[in-house]
Design a protein around this ligand. Structure first.
Ligand code: CTP
Length: 399
């Protein structure tokens, strides 16, 4: 396992009984050679003292946003630039809400908002607070903003209740941080391309052929790749989804535009073709709006198969090419057929006849079919979790 020697971590300690665990966290990080600076929030100081933190971390504890002494020595921007990584442990419901809404009314939230670094958040709160819809919405926002969650865990709480909300144990948090540095070390230079969403094939300026793809799974895969340090390009057909600036998002409409954009962004180490590209385009698109007629027929022709083209290209083919298969029946058979015919390394297949994992759902269950005829299944879970697991498999494969 990787050593954290010489890494710089800015630890933000918020108010909560779990704050006592941060002292053990500091001890473990120091043992591993980490340089630590700490921000202690006002309510955090009700649970642990600046003196105990500073003795263990052998460094200054920052508490005020408007402190002349701090601003002269290291202001809030410099603090976030100094760190290789920011860790908020414990993170209270209140701080999570501030981060989700872009507040900056104390030093901790201001530093997080001004940060250009990876931020890990280890929540700790009562089970009802954790399960409350507002907290869950804030957590979803944090994930979308590329914060990395650690825990919380299920167990007995200090308040006497039982459930999810306990802060992860310090050694678990340190392990997650080690994995992050290990992956970013290996992955820094690797490039990934993801296609996502539907395409539109125009009949005339106002009408088009398309399909029901939401693009959600592809966007989540791009986010997971980017989180793990891949330089990620997401080539997307029309969707309402958003990603942050870490991902190079290229918006296209037609299959031809998606094809050209994919070629432009190759070579890459891994390419994941999750887009639901229309198989056909209209042979002659009208430049003006077509008027009603008693009878109307459209002549269609095949679009280029982007996956097939890239996967069979001598010089442009990435090391790992992954295709998708959305099927309503005979999943295994069709997936293996696509794997062979399109010469890809993996096919990720899902059963779109099942509404709960269908096109617009936030959840999915997929089977991965490999070239050597092995098969793996990622059971029913959120598309975001499916993507994280998939990217772990991609990293293992590339390693
Ligand atoms: N694909 C592509 N370019 C196309 C068509 C498909 O890159 N013009 C990719 C998709 O992104 C996906 C896989 O190929 O990874 C889907 O295979 P495909 O055979 O096109 O699936 P379907 O359109 O569902 O085909 P069929 O109706 O024959 O099952």
């Amino acid at each position: 396992m990787i050593n954290l020697n010489n890494k710089k971590i800015l630890l933000i300690i918020c108010g909560g009984i779990a704050a006592y665990k941060s002292l053990e966290l500091i001890r473990l990080l120091k043992k591993d050679g980490v340089s630590i600076k700490t921000i202690l929030t006002k309510s955090g100081a009700e649970f642990v003292t600046p003196l105990s933190i500073s003795s263990l971390s052998q460094s200054k504890v920052y508490q005020d946003l408007f402190s002349i002494e701090n601003e002269a020595e290291m202001d809030h921007i410099s603090l976030s630039r100094w760190a290789d990584l920011i860790l908020i442990a414990p993170a209270t419901a209140n701080t999570i809400s501030k981060l989700a809404n872009g507040s900056s009314d104390d030093l901790a939230s201001t530093v997080a908002l001004a940060s250009n670094k990876k931020i890990f958040v280890a929540p700790a709160m009562n089970v009802r607070m954790w399960e409350h819809q507002s907290t869950q919405q804030n957590i979803a926002k944090l994930k979308a903003y590329n914060y990395e969650l650690i825990g919380p865990e299920i167990g007995d709480m200090a308040c006497g209740e039982y459930g999810k909300g306990k802060m992860s144990e310090p050694n678990e948090i340190v392990n997650k941080i080690k994995i992050h540095f290990k992956n970013s070390k290996v992955k820094n230079k690797l490039k990934a391309i993801v296609t996502a969403g539907p395409t539109k094939e125009y009949i005339d300026p106002v009408r088009y052929l398309s399909n029901k793809s939401s693009g959600k799974q592809g966007y989540e895969i791009a986010k997971s790749l980017s989180k793990k340090g891949f330089e990620t390009t997401l080539i997307s057909g029309p969707t309402n989804l958003v990603v942050n600036n870490d991902i190079n998002l290229i918006k296209v409409e037609t299959a031809e535009e998606m094809f050209q954009s994919t070629l432009k962004n190759l070579p890459a180490d891994v390419a994941i073709f999750s887009a639901a590209v229309c198989d056909y385009k209209v042979k002659k698109t009208s430049k003006i709006k077509i008027k009603k007629q008693d009878e109307m027929s459209l002549e269609l022709e095949r679009n280029v198969d982007i996956l097939d083209y890239v996967s069979n290209h001598n010089s442009l083919r990435p090391n790992l090419v992954v295709g998708f298969a959305a099927e309503t029946n005979d999943l295994e058979n069709y997936a293996n057929k696509k794997l062979d015919e399109k010469n890809c390394d993996w096919i990720i297949a899902n059963d779109v006849s099942n509404k709960s994992i269908g096109f617009n759902s936030d959840f999915n269950e997929v089977s991965i079919f490999f070239k050597d005829k092995k098969k793996d299944t990622l059971k029913y879970k959120s598309k975001s979790e499916i993507s994280d697991e998939l990217v772990e498999k991609i990293i293992d494969h590339l390693n």
